[in-house]
Ligand binder design. Sequence first.
Ligand code: SF4
Length: 315
Amino acid sequence: MAESDDRVRRAIDAIRVHVRSESDFGSDAIERAAPRPAPMASTATVVAASPETTITNEPTAPLAPSRVPAPSNEPVATSSAPARPAVDARSPAFVPRVAPLGARLGSAEARAELDRLEADVAACTLCKLHATRTCTVPGEGNASPDLLFIGEGPGEEEDRSGRPFVGRAGELLTKIIGAMGFSRETAHIANIVKCRPPGNRVPEPDEIAACQPYLMRQIVLLKPKLICTLGLPATRTILGITQGIKAVRGREFVWNDIPVIPTFHPAYLLRNPDDKPLVWQDAQTIVRRLVQLGASIPNPDALKKFKDPPPEPSA
Ligand code: SF4
């Protein structure tokens, strides 16, 4: 456990959060306002896969230790909003657009660790979002996944159901995951904040920073072979890049030895369906890379629709 805690702390030290104001983006903002990185610590240097896509990050100071809660989460209220008990009961009247999740896959140890993480999140009052949430939304899926998707934060339907990506954007993400030969059960879906920002606004810097230890714990225990960040806020939170999502989508970066390939957020695709082919390209890039990394694709028949199917993994 001490080693695991140490890995979490190193992971936290390797990630920076800054948020860019809406005005920085102008009226034709790429997606939504998103965290702007501080220069990265050397442990989290981001390197693109090819010379023409190299992005260098300046070194930076790590998050102040006082802002990093222990993985066991001693709740510390940082909000002036009146605290209310965490509610983690799902609304019985709510029917998600996506099918109920089947049994959780993954090793027994990873499932137990994930249960502990979810319990800590359910009791969390570390930032002001706890005061307005209905359900915490820690994430869902395989506890030992090859592929991890990271989005921005829960919306209204996610807040009511306690599940990530269950509205229209979630339906689309479910289709994308299926087209990649995975499912919501075999992959894992998480967000950078676990409680809904009111009005579906972009999470604020203090909220992202407060929730970061949970995300880092999640990544460390899930041990994905590859992370796909969905949209600019998630991409900036993980990679600390300054570019817009259009400049980095489909390109490979590395965060703490884990390949990261950003793509558009499904909610953006609902507003901009003409960009769906770009996400399809990114999806194929991700699957090919996963195969290179030795991942087995749970539903290889899905890959027959690829323009250039990945080779069979070598035995
Ligand atoms: S968003 Fe994260 S840090 Fe804030 S209250 Fe929810 S779980 Fe805690």
